[in-house]
Design a protein around this ligand. Sequence first.
Ligand code: HEM
Length: 182
Amino acid sequence: MSHPAYPAPTRLIHWVMALFLIATIVAGFLMVQEGLARALQDRLFIFHKNIGVALLLLAMIRLAYRLRYPAPPLPSHMPSWQKRAAKLSHVGLYILIFLMPIAGYIRVRAGGFPIESLDALGAPSLVPRSDALAAAAKSVHSYGAIALAALIAVHVAAAIHHAAKRDGVFARIWPPLGRSRS
Ligand code: HEM
């Protein structure tokens, strides 16, 4: 049986972002650990900052697609509390995938640090140098990281539940390319 699915570009961006987000979060939590070798820490920071900027671009493309092509309807047999919970968690994920790179950007630029990819393109800093601003952005970024990691865990658990039940919910976003099947 076939189910209504997201358009292929939305599915592809979803899975690319999923990979990038996991890599960014793992690198983020690792790089702030004490006692890490300096060379490894530098590499992780460079990787984290630049993939984080790429995530902001992907989030913008994704939101544009989402506004242009609304989500396909959820199966009618799904309880309404689950539909509401899904909607709420998706809104939370959207907020955090914008908030996190923006807070990271402000933390780094206000702190006077480089963002290698943007510097190579000659992009000027969009925020003034300010230790207070950098510290505020750092707090937002740290708490946001915990909220995002928790929300992703709930999202993945729900996805696994629906994939195991084969109720047509997971098939809305899978496979990343080609036609969707149940
Ligand atoms: C969706 C994108 C992003 C995610 C999910 C993310 C996630 C994280 C995580 C999990 C941490 C560790 C938090 C902690 O334990 O304190 C972290 C730290 C950090 N992130 Fe990000 N990040 C993202 C984007 C960015 C961007 C775009 C930049 C800068 C261009 C950035 C710069 C930093 C910096 C500098 C730290 C270390 C904070 C500090 O202690 O000063 N992040 N990030």
